[in-house]
Ligand binder design. Sequence first.
Ligand SMILES: NC(=O)C1=CN([C@@H]2O[C@H](COP(=O)(O)OP(=O)(O)OC[C@H]3O[C@@H](n4cnc5c(N)ncnc54)[C@H](O)[C@@H]3O)[C@@H](O)[C@H]2O)C=CC1
Ligand SMILES: CC(C)CC(=O)C(=O)O
Ligand SMILES: [Mg+2]
Length: 354
Amino acid sequence: MPMNVIVMPGDGIGPEVTREGVRVLTAAAEICGFDVALRHFDIGEAAFQESGDFISEEALRACDEGQAAGDTSILFGAVPSEPIGLLRERYDLYANLRPVRSYPGLSAVSPLKQEVIEGTDLLVVRELTSDVYYGRQRQGHGSGGEWASQEMYYDEHQARRIAAVAFEQARRRRKRLTFAHKTNAIGPVFSVWWKVLEPLREQYGDVEFDDFYVDNMAAQLCLRPADFDVILAPNLFGDILSDLAGGLVGSLGLLPSASLNDRGFGLYEPVSGTAPTIAGKNIANPVGSILSVAMMCEHAFGRVDARELIESAVLATIPGRATADISGPGPAVTTAELGKAVADRMREIAAGGK
Ligand SMILES: NC(=O)C1=CN([C@@H]2O[C@H](COP(=O)(O)OP(=O)(O)OC[C@H]3O[C@@H](n4cnc5c(N)ncnc54)[C@H](O)[C@@H]3O)[C@@H](O)[C@H]2O)C=CC1
Ligand SMILES: CC(C)CC(=O)C(=O)O
Ligand SMILES: [Mg+2]
């Protein structure tokens, strides 16, 4: 039975980086011996021009059927905003995993001192379907002129299920979990989080737990990123902290993500957006998409071998062949050259080379 992948490249750099994700996925399938069936759908601007909708009914039907069949994943590029929020909500993709690593050989592209960034290997577990992004919106006109509000909402169920994902991830990693919150200023919302966290801390007694107010969390990440293992955050804080972490390792273009629901359905995409100023130039870093494919291989296909192969190939390739965002003063390769170099390296590794 093939693994079905719905490919949605989207706008800006989405098509360029997703093409390299697909190239690497195809190579992984060929080398590791599994079948992948790809279906492409336009979303974002191209879909809007075609149909007046940012995502077509046909694409949504394919996702609905794929989720129901339990054999399908989405490889996503980037869009300005609307369709990605819709997909996350429609499929309840509440568990957003964003790994951040400082790669050996790349510590020079970090703005931090080498001894500070070296060894950084953390995972931001971001809640993805609630918070202000999906909160009740109101607007009106008052004595201060026009006003608008968008609510930060969390219930126990939403907080508990993402916290449980974070504890599980910590248990599989270095058994340390840090919660980023703002209880001092947004007390009622975070009292819901603390209510569900206390029993989970007892249940996961083997996981060392600590917490920071999110403002201090941002500072601690800059000062000692290598000390953190899993960071649990609500949607807004997780969005900001993961981009901050991308900056710390040298480029947002390096970061992958997986957005999962409880039915095993997942959407895999780079952490970054459409990067309009570099779009269409074949210079964007495809590593975020390539490593998102690696996450897909493990989470959706159960192919740890493919995930490890892709990661090893990326690690072996980027110190020597890097796109402009991570090449430093050295020569830069194009998006397509880097994707091809990673796929070639996978074949060399599989053939027993280094
Ligand atoms: N999941 C998604 O589809 C996301 C969409 N967006 C959307 O993307 C658009 C642009 O947003 P920005 O705030 O500019 O964020 P962005 O992530 O697109 O870009 C931020 C910075 O990182 C650089 N960058 C991003 N990806 C890169 C890559 N692969 N290689 C090299 N450099 C890279 C960009 O050039 C820019 O300097 C907005 O419309 C935003 O709403 C933003 C984040 C996620
Ligand atoms: C539409 C935005 C919430 C996308 C974004 O910034 C993200 O998911 O990181
Ligand atoms: Mg973001």
